[in-house]
Design a protein around this ligand. Structure first.
Ligand code: ADP
Ligand code: MN
Ligand code: MN
Ligand code: MN
Length: 339
């Protein structure tokens, strides 16, 4: 007998990478082998030397096919087994390892928007829906568009064992959010990439597409972000560590270095309106949804917990945002002896 393994990888499409996958039939009990693909079709190689290598790094039950079938997330390597330049997970592995003793945890809030044809789901042909106000966490067919897809996606994530921790309808019609974590940097990123794949795959069966575009509707409509919640062991015990982490993200060139890597089109979303801070001014504050980084009120109350970086776009690469946050914050916490 055999089982099916869906090999999933991140391609080299610019400016925002896409997910690709293909199926391998394996004999029952067989381990997941290294595999390959045509990199010239994914913007990862030239036609004259097109082979790229897929190395399984994380697998889970396939909730779409069921049975013994699995989803297999892969890193991409060159044929000499050096990490491919599109392989951002390899860089995170090194940084996560270097600061492992600080026990970083991340919870990422993934916002996204459903489309049917060229319009966001819930946008009427040739016009606009009622202005924002009633859609966030709404109920009823006048407020909610795509709940059947969202419920099916949630069920699929749970069956796959993804560390999904909640869902909610967002501020714009057809816009939704799910949260993954709290988990370690590599875990939260692997789980988020698979949850994204499951989102596209689940919606496909409903004839709907999902996009992580940061500003899918121009004008007075909320963009889509990926608020990244972060803590170290010390931050979960001590308020000085919370402040030190929030401060470290504002030091020197850090704001610009982070923003540049927080997803494509970040300036179009971080305008200072729609619950965002301007992309070129770093700020942090308790309870402040107009700041770059928010310290939740409960965290101030308890004197410990986590911080929320509100800047990353929905289309951010979680391997990149978690690497930058661990590197910046954990370096500062180490210097301040808050470890
Ligand atoms: P909001 O919409 O109010 O910003 P959410 O409930 O959508 O908040 O998301 C909060 C996120 O914070 C969740 O993903 C959760 O996993 C994460 N989180 C909670 N505690 C921690 C922690 N100690 N470290 C990192 N992330 C955390
Ligand atoms: Mn949220
Ligand atoms: Mn949200
Ligand atoms: Mn948030």
């Amino acid at each position: 007998m055999t089982y099916k393994a869906e090999y999933i990888w991140i391609d080299g499409t610019l400016p925002t990478a896409k997910l690709r996958s293909k199926t391998k039939i394996l004999a029952d009990g067989a381990e997941l082998p290294i595999w390959g693909f045509d990199g010239s079709s994914t913007n990862q190689a030239e036609g004259h030397a097109s082979d790229c290598v897929l190395k399984p790094v994380f697998s889970c039950p396939d909730p779409i096919r069921g049975g013994d079938d699995v989803l297999v997330l892969c890193e991409v390597f060159n044929t000499d087994m050096t990490p491919h330049e599109s392989n951002t997970r390899a860089e995170l592995r090194e940084v996560a390892e270097r600061f492992a003793a600080q026990e970083s945890l991340f919870g990422i809030e993934q916002e996204y928007t459903f489309f049917q044809g060229s319009r966001p789901l819930g946008f009427p042909e040739g016009g606009f829906p009622a202005p924002q106000g009633g859609y966030y966490c709404g109920v009823g067919s006048d407020e909610i568009f795509g709940r059947d897809v969202v419920e099916a996606h949630l069920e699929n994530c749970l069956k796959a064992g993804i560390g999904i921790s909640g869902i909610n309808a967002e501020v714009m019609p057809g816009q939704w959010e799910f949260q993954v974590g709290p988990l370690s940097p590599l875990e939260v990123s692997d789980h988020l990439w698979l949850a994204r794949w499951l989102l596209y795959r689940t919606a496909e069966d409903f004839g709907i597409s999902a996009t992580l575009d940061a500003k899918p509707a121009k004008g007075d409509w909320n963009g889509a972000g990926a608020h990244t919640n972060f803590s170290t062991k010390k931050m979960r015990e001590n308020y000085d560590a919370i402040i030190a982490a929030a401060e470290s993200l504002g030091e020197g060139d850090k704001p610009i270095e982070h923003i540049k890597n927080y997803g494509s089109g970040v300036e179009s979303r971080l305008t200072g309106a729609h619950e965002t801070a301007p992309w070129n001014e770093y700020s942090y504050g308790v309870s402040n949804r107009g700041a770059s980084v928010r310290i939740p009120w409960q965290v101030e109350q308890d004197g410990k917990g986590y911080i929320e970086d509100r800047r990353p776009n929905a289309n951010v690469d979680p391997y990149v945002v978690t690497r930058l946050m661990v590197d910046t914050c954990c370096t500062a916490l180490e210097k301040a002896e808050l470890v």
